[in-house]
Write a protein that binds this ligand. Structure first.
Ligand SMILES: Nc1ncnc2c1ncn2[C@@H]1O[C@H](COP(=O)(O)OP(=O)(O)OP(=O)(O)O)[C@@H](O)[C@H]1O
Ligand SMILES: O=P(O)(O)OC[C@H]1O[C@H](OP(=O)(O)OP(=O)(O)O)[C@H](O)[C@@H]1O
Ligand SMILES: [Mg+2]
Length: 282
């Protein structure tokens, strides 16, 4: 039976659960359940702290796991990314009080609070910078400067709202551009069950990022219209009862699909429809 780790709570848990349910796997019935046995699909799910997931997968205790790229890097686990899952995007940044201008070199001799001490230690070592201290906190890191515990923080930035709320500004480049990823143990090949799991999840993730566009197109405009909707291989073109018209179908990126529909309409296409894709295989 395939053993898969899923975040039990926090920023990644709801989106991960939604994708797995859409991929046909059994949901947990209670938010406190730590395991779910999905006999129909021959998978057992383990609901773990996102921080711990890469450790289990890297050790080979569990076959696959969903967690953040930043957490996996901080854990130093020997894992490979099978799939980017399209949610939980964030950057990992140094930040300090916004009233002063900071550069990376200013980190020397400072107290840096973070929940990701290994990621920070690695970054500073690579730059040859010696901090006074790296203070490991479990969360709410943004408050640590005003409480007098640290001079600088290094933390996850999503919208940037939490930094702004605490009068902080990020500086230096991102230490890690993160998102939720599906991990396997490094170097270990995937067996058939694991490959099938990855394909199913990929089908849902891909489906979320694309829509299906259908439209009627004057045959004389087909070449121009096909350039707007090239599809994955090429658009499907079907004859219509009126020989001067064709029906066209193609997958297009969800992002900007509304402006693409405007362009098709301006070109002369009619009955333009966009439909959600629930899942797909390549
Ligand atoms: N606001 C956010 N926007 C985008 N991604 C985020 C955000 N906050 C956290 N993440 C991502 O979620 C993951 C961390 O999840 P989470 O914060 O739930 O775990 P945790 O901090 O270990 O647990 P907890 O917050 O329950 O103590 C990381 O990969 C991080 O990049
Ligand atoms: O840029 P923003 O969109 O404001 O998001 C960033 C915040 O979200 C996360 O905190 P979380 O809610 O996980 O709490 P935590 O600090 O206790 O981990 C992260 O650690 C930041 O504090
Ligand atoms: Mg958190």
């Amino acid at each position: 039976m395939l053993r898969v780790a899923v975040p039990n709570k926090g920023a990644l848990s709801e989106s991960a659960a939604t994708i797995l349910a859409e991929a046909g796997y059994r949901r947990r019935s209670d938010a406190k359940d730590l395991t779910v046995l999905d006999n129909a699909n021959d998978v057992e799910f383990f609901f773990l702290r996102p921080k711990d997931i890469a450790i289990y997968v890297g050790a080979g205790t569990l076959d696959l796991g969903i967690t953040g790229r930043d957490l996996a890097r901080d854990a130093g686990a020997t894992v490979d990314e099978q799939l980017s899952m399209g949610f939980g995007s964030s950057t990992f940044r140094y930040a300090a009080p916004a009233h002063a201008t900071w550069t990376i070199d200013d980190l020397a001799g400072k107290r840096i609070a973070t929940s990701y001490p290994n990621l920070v230690r690695e970054d500073l070592a690579a730059r040859g910078i010696e901090p006074e201290q790296i203070i490991r906190l479990d969360g709410a890191v943004e408050i640590s400067i005003q409480l007098g515990v640290a001079d600088v923080i290094a933390d996850v930035v999503g919208s940037g709202r939490t930094l702004r709320q605490h009068g902080l500004a990020a500086f230096g480049e991102s230490l890690c551009d993160s998102e939720a990823v599906l991990l396997s143990r490094s170097g270990a090949g995937l067996d058939k069950a694991a490959r099938q799991f990855v394909a199913r999840v990929q089908g849902v993730v891909f489906g979320q990022q694309y829509v299906m566009i259908d439209y009627d197109c004057p045959r004389s405009l087909l070449e121009q219209a096909s350039k707007l909707t090239p599809g994955l291989e090429s658009p499907t073109v079907a004859p219509m009862a009126d020989p001067d018209w064709v029906a066209v179908r193609a997958m297009v990126p969800r992002k900007n699909h509304q402006s693409l529909m405007d362009e098709l309409s301006e070109l002369g296409a009619k009955a333009i429809l966009a439909t959600d894709i629930r899942s797909c295989r390549f």
